[in-house]
Ligand binder design. Structure first.
Ligand code: 13P
Ligand code: SF4
Length: 365
């Protein structure tokens, strides 16, 4: 579902929540969680605020959240603390009788909204005219259920930042070239890490409906990158890395692969949010880290591992505004709605879309 359709369904948070104190809200959430017990499951992404994460029944990166949502069979309600595409995935992987709720429908993902199904079908027609039946579509999980279904229907799969290399290698066993949606940076960084030179990659511009390729022989193209990006991770720059190297040479730079190729190449390490957490957790005491990812996670790492020095690579920090829409008032509102039997913000993917999107997800899982 695109952001405009989602916004139109969003219910405004009742005013009474602004009059409640943090302690009142926390106590009430604890009370409801106790009341609902195993009937409620509350997964949270690593980018969620601490005020929300404290109540999570499980935290993880996108792949882990997809797995834990698929594994939980006992909860009637999955209150998903993350963004819309993650809640859609949880709905598709959970049982039909389980209800997935997103506390605020405005928690979308600007990257996922950079590829809609009409643009994708149009691109597919054009690319098939140029390359024939030689392309496999792969989509980053940060995409709508419709795009996942498109990939499923056309023999492709989903990928996350923690299995992108395996999935791209798999794709090349199926077809000669691939279309990678919607994040050009993850696609480029992954293909490059697997030994595909930048000259063998082209960009598909969904707005101009054109293929951008600087070489002379299009047969050379192995990877077609959708022109999408994450506006949070694009804020990390090579200049910031150079500043660190010059002024604080004892810092290691670790970034998420949604950062540009230049930033990933200039950094020491890159990987999913789970990889970033594990790397820092297992690093020696006293080590220093400049981290290129969303600020809630960077702040949490700094608090949790106070025996190390952890700062954001960007001195102005980088919040994901949509992830941050899930807060204590919205979480409490969702839980009180469950208790009152008036369910709001249910995320339900239609059966036809789900059938094909699950194919793409299963090929990955
Ligand atoms: P991870 O799968 O690494 O948690 O990434 C999700 C995401 O949206 C990063 O911007
Ligand atoms: Fe989407 Fe970027 Fe936010 Fe991740 S950080 S949810 S990719 S906008």
């Amino acid at each position: 579902m695109n952001i405009l359709k989602t916004f139109s369904k969003n219910k405004t948070l009742p005013a009474r929540y602004s009059d409640m104190t943090t302690t009142e809200m926390e106590l009430r959430i604890k009370e409801i969680k106790k009341m609902l017990g195993n009937k409620l499951f509350l997964p949270a992404h690593h980018y969620q605020k601490d005020e929300v994460v404290q109540f999570a029944d499980g935290t993880g990166d996108s792949l882990q959240l997809a797995k834990i949502s698929a594994l939980n069979k006992e909860a009637d309600f999955i209150v998903f603390c993350g963004v819309h595409f993650m809640a859609e995935t949880a709905d598709m992987l959970s049982s039909v009788n389980q209800i997935v709720i997103l506390p605020d429908l405005k928690a979308g993902c600007s990257m996922a909204d950079m590829a809609n199904i009409h643009q994708t079908e149009r691109a597919w027609d054009e690319l098939n005219k140029i390359f024939g039946d030689t392309i496999l579509p792969l989509t980053y999980v940060n995409s709508t259920a419709e795009i996942k279904a498109f990939c499923g229907k056309n023999g492709g799969a989903t990928v996350t930042s923690s299995n992108a290399k395996e999935m791209v290698s798999w794709a090349f066993e199926q077809k000669e070239r691939l279309l990678f949606l919607p994040d050009q940076h993850l696609g480029r960084n992954t293909a490059y890490a697997l030994g595909i030179p930048l000259q063998d990659m082209a960009i598909w511009d969904p707005i101009k409906n054109e293929l951008i390729f600087e070489g002379s022989d299009i047969e050379q193209i192995k990877v077609i990158l959708w022109k999408g990006h994450c506006s949070v991770h694009e804020k990390f720059t090579v200049n910031q890395i150079q500043d660190f190297r010059q002024n604080y040479s004892d810092y290691k730079i670790i970034v998420h692969p949604e950062c540009t190729h230049e930033v990933v190449s200039a950094s020491d390490l890159n990987g999913s949010t789970h990889y970033i957490i594990e790397t820092i957790k297992h690093a020696a005491k006293g080590t220093k880290w400049a981290v290129g990812t969303e600020m809630n996670l960077v702040n949490r790492l700094a608090q949790q591992f106070s025996d190390k020095k952890i700062v954001s690579l960007n001195p102005n920090l980088c919040p994901c505004l949509t992830m941050n829409r899930i807060d204590l008032p919205h979480l409490l509102w969702s839980l009180e709605n469950i208790i009152d039997g008036k369910l709001e913000n249910i995320i339900k993917v239609d059966d036809e879309t789900k059938k094909y999107a699950v194919m793409a997800l299963n090929r990955m899982m």
